[in-house]
Write a protein that binds this ligand. Structure first.
Ligand code: PEP
Ligand code: MN
Length: 354
């Protein structure tokens, strides 16, 4: 590990850093005459990087080999997450789709069948919605979970749904095949620890003002609590320009693919905020290396209570699936889709690579 220290530290300040290094089991030596670059040798633990980085005299942990955090790629290959019909990572791309919020059973069934028929492997729909205003529609709550359970029983499709409150983790976990942690909850550490204590995969969305490091540390909360099944989701970050709802950080996607072994997917819907921009942003996300997409789809966007402007039709969704298949083939990856016939029969899906 390599630490960069402040210039001109006093002897006692330097010694307290050296003492902690020794207590953590490292042997330490300075690289430079000014005593600002400290090399640590030894087998560290993932927590060491943060503990040393928190010291007042330490400016940066420049390189953490020897004490890798759990999300770090290091020499690791992609972690592959398989859930239901979906597979993310290791060259497999899967698409999650559905309405922003669950409304009623007939509409949810209609959307589930349509997106699955077009190639979505998981249905995403919110029962508990994180809304910026307390006066906006907050989702159907428990009733929404019951609808999701009915859709799953009827079609066999796996369910992704958001959990907002640590107290709801058990209840939502009875329905969810994947917990969604939304952008507004990315830094809810109590919630991250709670889902980290389960065996249910977690789709973690990046906060709209979170750095990539903060995003990865949020994932680290889940991983360090014992749950290794984490998918990161880039959904756009806030900028000065309101033309698009957020700015899709494609550079961030490419960077994440290099720095972590965790699967990374892209949500072009919340990045764009407008249906007509979702398809190009989906293409950009896959081209940047994403292992999947999360797309909001609705057959009647004018009737929805949340995020209607960014919902694409099932026809556009089918085009997005087709684009993804072609882009995947370009870099030797594969789009995972469910057996379409299995959906129609309501028997659950066998996985097929096309
Ligand atoms: C959503 O997925 O519907 C949502 C609210 O997304 P985000 O948390 O990214 O804003
Ligand atoms: Mn939404």
């Amino acid at each position: 590990m390599l630490l960069r220290l402040k210039k001109g530290l006093s002897q006692p300040e330097r010694e307290s850093i050296l003492l902690l290094c020794k207590d953590l089991g490292y042997s330490a030596s300075f690289l430079d005459g000014a005593r600002t670059l400290l090399v640590l040798e030894g087998l560290g633990r993932p927590s060491d990087r943060s503990r040393l980085g928190d010291l007042t005299g330490v400016l940066d942990v420049l390189e953490s080999a020897g004490a890798p955090e759990l999300h770090e790629r290091g020499a690791r290959r992609d972690s592959v997450l398989g859930v239901g019909d979906a597979r993310f990572g290791g060259g497999a791309i899967s698409i999650i789709a559905g309405p922003c919020a669950i409304e009623d059973l007939p509409r949810s069934l209609e959307i589930a069948r349509a997106v699955r028929g077009a190639g979505a492997t998981l249905l995403r729909g919110g029962a508990f919605k994180p809304r910026s205003s307390p006066y906006s529609f907050q989702g159907l709550g428990e009733a929404g979970l019951d609808i999701l359970a009915a859709v799953k029983a009827e079609t066999g499709i796996g369910i992704v749904t958001e959990v907002l409150d640590p107290r709801d983790v058990e209840r939502v976990g009875q329905i969810a095949d994947v917990f969604q942690i939304g952008a507004r909850s990315m830094s809810n550490f109590a919630l991250l620890k709670e889902v980290g204590a389960t065996h249910t995969p977690v789709l973690l969305k990046r906060g709209f003002a979170a750095t990539l490091r903060e995003f990865l540390l949020a994932a680290e909360y889940v991983l360090s609590a014992g749950n290794e099944q984490v998918v990161l989701c880039e959904r756009g970050i806030r900028s000065f320009d309101p033309t698009t709802r957020n700015v899709l950080d494609v550079g961030g996607v490419a960077d994440l693919k290099a720095t972590t072994h965790l699967p990374v997917i892209v949500d072009p819907s919340h990045a764009a905020g407008r249906a007509e921009l979702v398809r190009p942003l989906a293409r950009a996300g896959i081209a940047a290396g994403a292992d999947g997409l999360l797309v909001e789809v609705h057959p009647a966007p004018d009737e929805v209570h949340s995020d209607g402007r960014q919902a694409v039709s099932t026809a556009v969704f089918a085009e997005i699936v087709d684009d993804t298949r072609k882009l995947a083939a370009l870099d030797g990856r594969e789009l995972v889709v469910p057996e379409i016939a299995a959906c129609a029969e309501g028997t659950g899906g066998r996985r097929r690579l096309v």
